[in-house]
Design a protein around this ligand. Structure first.
Ligand code: UDP
Ligand code: MG
Length: 317
C-alpha cells in the first residue's frame, strides 16, 4: 500500500491562523515523513473559499517557500462543505489517503498518527471523534449534542460527536465522487459510502486565533440542510400527524352529532378558536416542510456546479 497523504483544509478569512497552522502542520508532516509513515510526496492543501482578507496571498507565499504546501483558489465563497468537497475531489487523484481538518486546528493534529496506523491496517474511513466537551461552554455543549440527537431522530444518521475531521482512502473518495448532490452534507454522506470504518478519539481545543465562522444561525440552517438533504422523515412525520388529526376529527364528528341530537349544539367558542389556530399553524408548518423539499428538488434539477476552481497550486514530483 502506498502512503501519500494529503491534508485538505478549507479556509475562509483565516489570515490570523494560517501562519501558525502551517508551521504546526509542517512540523507534523515532516515528523511523519521522517518516521517513514508517509511518502515524501505528501502535501498540505489549503482551499481558499473566497476569503475577503489576505488568506490566498498567504497560501501562495507558503507554496512558493515550501513545496509541501499547495492551494486551491475557489472562484467565490461557497461555504465550508463545498470548499471541502472541492479539495477532496481535486487531490484524490494524487493521494492515497486524505485527511480533512479545519484551519483553526481545533482538531488535535496528533490524532493523525493513529488515523494513519488504522489506514495502514486496511481501514478506509477513519472518523475523528471528540472524546469530551469539557472545554465547551454549557450552551455550546447542549446545542451541539442536541444537534446530533435531533439529526438522528429525523433520519439523518451521523457519527456522534464527529465533525469533518476524518481520513478517507482513495477508493472511499472515489465512492464519494459518485454522489452528485448539490445539497451537500458530507458527514451524512460519508457513512453511506460503506467500506470498513473506525474511529479515533481526540480532545478538541479552542480556536487559537480569529473568530468562528459558524455562528448559531448558520449552525441551525446547517442542521436543517443536513436533515432535509439526507432523509424524507419529516414529510413522513407530517403524514403521521395528518393521520392522527384525522382520527381525532372522526371522534369530534361523533361527539358533535351526539351533542346535536341531544339538542345542545352550541359548544364552546374556545375549542373552536384553539382548533382553528392550532390546525392552521400545523398546515402552514407542514407546507413549509414540504416546500423545503421542493426547494431542494429545484436546486438538484438545476445541477449547478458545486464549486469552480480558479487556480490549483501543487508541486508534484
Ligand atoms: N469555512 C469555510 N467557508 C465558510 C466558513 C468556514 O471554508 O464559508 C472554514 C473555516 O475557515 C474553518 C472551517 O470551515 O477552517 C470551520 O470553521 P470554524 O472553525 O469557524 O467553525 P467552528 O469550529 O466554530 O464550528
Ligand atoms: Mg473552528
Amino acid at each position: 500500500m502506498d502512503n501519500i497523504l494529503y491534508l485538505v483544509i478549507p479556509c475562509y478569512n483565516e489570515e490570523e491562523v494560517l501562519p501558525e497552522t502551517s508551521s504546526r502542520l509542517k512540523g507534523k508532516m515532516n515528523e511523519l515523513i521522517g518516521q517513514n509513515k508517509i511518502d515524501s510526496k505528501s502535501r498540505v492543501i489549503f482551499v481558499n473559499d473566497g476569503s475577503k482578507d489576505r488568506t490566498w496571498e498567504i497560501i501562495q507565499n507558503l507554496h512558493q517557500e515550501d513545496r509541501l504546501f499547495g492551494g486551491i483558489n475557489l472562484s467565490r465563497n461557497r461555504g465550508h462543505q463545498n470548499a471541502l468537497l472541492a479539495g477532496l475531489m481535486t487531490v484524490k487523484d494524487y493521494a492515497d489517503m486524505v485527511i480533512s481538518m479545519d484551519a483553526d486546528l481545533q482538531d488535535d493534529i496528533n490524532a493523525i498518527d493513529e488515523m494513519i496506523d488504522k489506514y495502514l491496517a486496511g481501514t478506509d474511513i477513519i472518523y475523528g471523534v471528540r472524546s469530551s466537551r469539557e472545554k465547551d461552554t454549557f450552551f455550546k455543549k447542549v446545542t451541539a449534542e442536541g444537534f446530533y440527537k435531533v439529526m438522528n431522530t429525523m433520519g439523518a444518521n451521523t457519527v456522534f460527536n464527529h465533525a469533518d475531521y476524518r481520513l478517507m482512502s482513495k477508493r472511499a473518495l472515489e465512492g464519494l465522487a459518485q454522489y452528485g448532490e448539490v445539497n451537500l452534507f458530507l458527514r451524512g454522506i460519508v457513512p453511506m459510502i460503506g467500506y470498513s470504518t473506525d474511529v479515533v478519539y481526540y480532545e478538541r481545543g479552542e480556536r487559537f486565533a480569529g473568530k468562528s465562522k459558524y455562528p448559531l444561525g448558520k449552525m441551525l440552517s446547517f442542521a436543517v440542510e443536513g436533515v432535509t438533504s439526507l432523509s424524507t422523515k419529516p414529510i413522513r412525520m407530517i403524514t403521521g400527524l395528518g393521520f392522527l388529526i384525522f382520527i381525532v376529527s372522526i371522534g369530534m364528528l361523533i361527539y358533535s352529532l351526539i351533542r346535536h341530537f341531544m339538542g345542545a349544539t352550541i359548544v364552546g367558542w374556545t375549542t373552536l378558536m384553539v382548533s382553528v389556530w392550532g390546525i392552521g399553524g400545523l398546515i402552514l408548518l407542514s407546507l413549509g416542510v414540504v416546500g423545503e423539499y421542493i426547494g431542494k428538488i429545484y436546486l438538484e434539477t438545476k445541477a449547478r456546479p458545486r464549486f469552480i476552481i480558479e487556480q490549483f497550486l501543487n508541486d508534484i514530483d
